[in-house]
Design a protein. Structure first.
Length: 397
């Protein structure tokens, strides 16, 4: 049985960033990262891949190149947690113990949560596509480019999802493509969401509504996609309040699948009632196990699940882990900051930044609810560089 000073579960954005920040300390603790993946993906760029701006290969790197210097890497997955004994078990059957555990294993995409989706996603001729995986993201652009007339549906489930703005972004990019190619009136565009509004922060919601109106995007609220009748090209939706089911015909449908906490967390003592790691919203420390911390998409921090949120959560978690190891009070508090770079077309973007109270927390000295090319360039060209060379190396910016 191996013992570790700090054991990090997950080698995605949150796990690698915290691992790097811990190893960058003047007196760094021993750090071990558990993750089975050979590849690391910069997923925010997949919106632009799905819109034909970049090839998907720009999002991929080798995981080994981003394991922080001095950190160990266990290429395996966690099967179960035993926090009462400061231990976890891997799928290989090996047990590992720790002084501090950091859970950063991301969100689980439930492709089987929509009947007929798994069998049809990304398959030629089905019209079914999604930006939510490396394997399927190409199919989005193929479908957008091929559609000359008919009905395009874009779904957003009622579950929490990674990057809450992503379903809307691809709606706008597709609408902009059809507009630029003289097809705006040939394609019926519907954004169908398992929620009641276009965005949670009114300042940005008002601007996003104007964009939707400009493109002629119909909005349908409180409807979850539950099944695809692929042979008939019909989507079945269920109303969240009445339970009534209705069908919508489509020529293409971009599906954002339902998502949830990973099963191995959901079934563990670390989970809250919703299945997420149960932490203090300001310190990221577990509410029942003081030597456990969690951040990113698998935690129950009540903010949007974005890479930008992790960028602010990681310094808090790092400082508080270091303090815990030293037997000190936890010094840092996270205010819920998150950011959604909302692409509204080719070359335009609204940069939403806000806190736990859905109050704007803007970084630039202008109204970020206005569409700008500069903010689009920030997303497309600057943020990926900052991610690979800054954030994953444990540098704050």
């Amino acid at each position: 049985m191996a013992h570790h000073e700090v054991l990090i579960v997950g080698g995605g954005s949150a796990g690698i960033t915290v691992g790097a920040m811990l190893r960058n300390q003047s007196n760094p603790p021993g750090v071990t990262i558990i993750d089975p993946s050979e590849k690391h993906y910069y997923q925010p760029i997949w919106t632009l891949v799905g819109a034909g701006v970049f090839p998907k290969e720009v999002s991929e790197r080798k995981e080994a190149d981003y394991i922080p210097p001095g950190a160990a890497w266990i290429k395996d997955a966690v099967a179960s947690f035993d926090p009462d004994n400061n231990a976890l078990t891997l799928t290989s059957g090996a047990t590992h113990t720790y002084d501090v555990l950091v859970v950063a294993s991301g969100i689980q995409i439930n492709w089987d949560g929509v009947e007929g989706l798994k069998e049809s996603i990304g398959k030629p001729g089905t019209g079914v596509c999604s930006n939510y995986s490396y394997e399927t993201v190409d199919s989005t652009w193929e479908n957008i480019r091929a559609l000359k007339k008919g009905t395009a549906l874009f779904t957003h489930p009622s579950t929490p999802i990674k990057c809450g703005g992503a379903p809307l972004k691809i709606t706008y990019l597709a609408a902009d493509h059809w507009r630029r190619n003289g097809l705006a009136n040939q394609v019926t565009k519907k954004f169908i969401k398992g929620g009641g509004s276009i965005f949670s922060v009114k300042k940005y919601a008002d601007s996003l509504t104007k964009v939707a109106d400009r493109y002629g995007v119909e909005r349908v609220w409180n409807m979850d996609l539950v099944a695809l009748k692929v042979a008939e090209k019909k989507a079945v939706f269920r109303h969240l309040e009445t339970g009534e089911e209705t069908e919508e015909a489509y020529d293409m449908i971009h599906v954002t699948p339902p998502m949830g906490a990973p099963d191995f967390i959901k079934n563990s003592p670390l989970a809250d009632a919703g299945g997420w790691v149960d932490v203090d919203m300001h310190t990221t420390q577990h509410v029942r196990y003081p030597n456990v911390f969690s951040l990113g998409d698998c935690s129950n921090l009540p903010t949007s699940k974005t890479g930008a949120a992790i960028r602010k959560q990681a310094p808090t978690t790092t400082a508080n882990v270091m303090a815990f190891l030293a037997g000190s009070d936890l010094p840092m508090s996270y205010d819920g900051y998150t950011s959604c770079p909302l692409v509204t077309g080719y070359g335009s973007l609204i940069l939403a930044e806000f806190d736990y109270n859905n109050e704007p927390m803007e970084s630039f000295p202008f109204n970020q609810a206005e569409e700008r090319y500069s903010m689009y360039a920030l997303k497309a060209y600057a943020l990926p560089k900052m991610y690979w060379h800054g954030m994953l190396r444990g540098r704050e910016f």
